[in-house]
Design a binder for this molecule. Structure first.
Ligand SMILES: *[C@@H]1O[C@H](CO)[C@@H](O)[C@H](O)[C@H]1NC(C)=O
Ligand SMILES: *[C@@H]1O[C@H](CO)[C@@H](O)[C@H](O)[C@H]1NC(C)=O
Ligand SMILES: *[C@@H]1O[C@H](CO)[C@@H](O)[C@H](O)[C@H]1NC(C)=O
Length: 397
């Protein structure tokens, strides 16, 4: 009887592990498809050939394997889905390198590596993605055409983890029209003076979780743009850079909406902004239900800022009364030091910001002897313990 039980147990363990074998990685190594990894030869065709097999595979978890210790030059390319397997993996151990501006092979310069319509994609492996941005930054003011390093479009159930992203020509990662995204343990690094090299830009996406990551790019660490909701940002170290931003929203008179954003346990150091909401005059729509909680700031120029006068476009000048409606914004346990006298700026338009709540906010200036100040206009809301005091908010009852 006992023996039978042991036998049955072994049988079921064996059965289980054979199921695990089915779900274990099924590797497609780019070196077997002609990639050289010599840092000079264009390896993009080899990657695309390997990807085709990954995407058509049905056994286990089809895995594009990019071996360690090599550097793969990739011309701009698109990893296209949908794939046959519900889950696919890009295991990136080596380094991907973008062509420099002078060697860019096409007229289309806005994106480097694109991922389209892939469900259940995981990218991990501890490798590095190098956009070779300096060749793009050199003779570039803020608005010349430059590539986003990684662009994810319509990738649902997407996981990006344990990666290093450096020196993108423009923003490092765009998450566009994706649902259920997890980004965890990534490092994004570019020089402080590099122009518009945001960390992660999110647009038209829902259920996005960004956690335990380090971003120092000189621009926005995370920017949350139109059509995004249920965005959670937890445990980010940000700076130098422009902080975590909602927007800018409402550029050129557009209808833009963002809601249900929760930013918590984030640390800002030497950043130009901490937590920011920025909108253009003349746009319409809303930014609402946004919570910034357990935020620590060190020597940040604008620790808390709502700027509804971010930029004024020609069309908006005619239409100044209209602006994005900002409401239900909570700042809770926000502590640290400001490099500016104005530690809190709530510069709202005549559309008014409503239900702005501050609970346990304490920001001092980093200049000894200088008093921190708060500026606010067109704001309604409540406060419980704020230093500096915010005159336009009323006390909680
Ligand atoms: C912004 O997003 C909303 C909701 O997804 C959409 O209806 C609207 O068209 C978008 N605005 C622009 C300018 O794309
Ligand atoms: C506000 O957003 C959070 C996510 O950050 C969500 O859980 C909550 O349900 C939203 N509240 C309302 C009233 O929509
Ligand atoms: C608020 O916005 C107005 C209009 O653009 C600007 O003149 C003013 O300097 C801003 N105030 C602060 C404190 O940022």
């Amino acid at each position: 009887m006992k023996l039978l039980f042991v036998f049955v147990s072994i049988f079921s363990i064996a059965n289980l592990s054979s199921r695990n074998v089915l779900a274990s990685p099924h590797y497609f190594n780019v070196l077997h498809y002609g990639a050289t990894g010599n840092d000079e030869t264009d390896d993009s065709q080899a990657f695309l050939k390997a990807w085709k097999d990954v995407c058509e595979a049905t056994k286990g978890i089809p895995t594009l394997h990019v071996p360690l210790g090599k550097s793969y030059l990739l011309n701009p390319l698109t990893f296209q889905g949908p794939c046959k397997s519900k889950q696919v993996n890009i295991q990136l151990r080596g380094t991907l390198v973008a062509p420099k501006k002078g060697a860019w092979p096409t007229d289309k310069k806005d994106k480097w590596i694109e991922f389209h319509d892939i469900d259940g994609l995981t990218i991990n492996g501890g490798g590095q993605i190098d956009g070779q941005g300096s060749s793009w930054w050199e003779d570039c003011e803020t608005h010349c055409e430059r590539p986003t390093a990684l662009f994810f479009h319509n990738c649902n159930g997407f996981l990006l983890r344990d990666m290093k992203h450096v020196n993108s020509g423009r923003n490092h990662i765009s998450i566009n029209a994706c649902n259920n995204v997890m980004v965890s343990n990534i490092h994004i690094i570019a020089p402080e003076a590099s122009p518009n090299t945001d960390g992660i830009d999110i647009a038209r996406s829902t259920n996005v979780f960004i956690q335990k990551s380090f971003m120092a790019t000189g621009d926005d660490c995370v920017a949350i743009n139109n059509g995004s909701s249920n965005i959670n940002i937890v445990g980010i170290t940000c700076g130098p850079g422009h902080g975590i931003s909602i927007g800018s929203l409402g550029a050129d008179g557009q209808y833009n909406v963002v809601e249900d954003v929760h930013v918590r346990n984030c640390f800002f150091k030497g950043a130009q902004n901490g937590v920011r909401i920025k909108t253009w005059e003349g746009g319409y729509g809303y930014a609402r239900n946004i919570t910034f909680e357990k935020i620590t700031l060190m020597n940040t120029r604008n620790p808390i800022i709502i700027d509804q006068y971010y930029t004024t476009s020609a069309s908006s000048r005619k239409n100044k009364v209209i602006n994005i409606k900002v409401s239900d914004v909570t700042y809770r346990e926000v502590h640290g030091t400001s490099a500016n006298e104005n530690a809190i700026t709530l510069n709202c338009s005549r559309a008014r910001c409503t239900n702005i709540l501050m609970d346990n906010v304490n920001i001092r200036t980093s200049t000894p002897g200088e008093e921190a100040k708060a500026f606010c206009q067109n704001v309604e809301g409540k406060v419980d313990r704020a230093v500096p005091s915010v005159p336009c908010l009323s006390k909680f009852d």
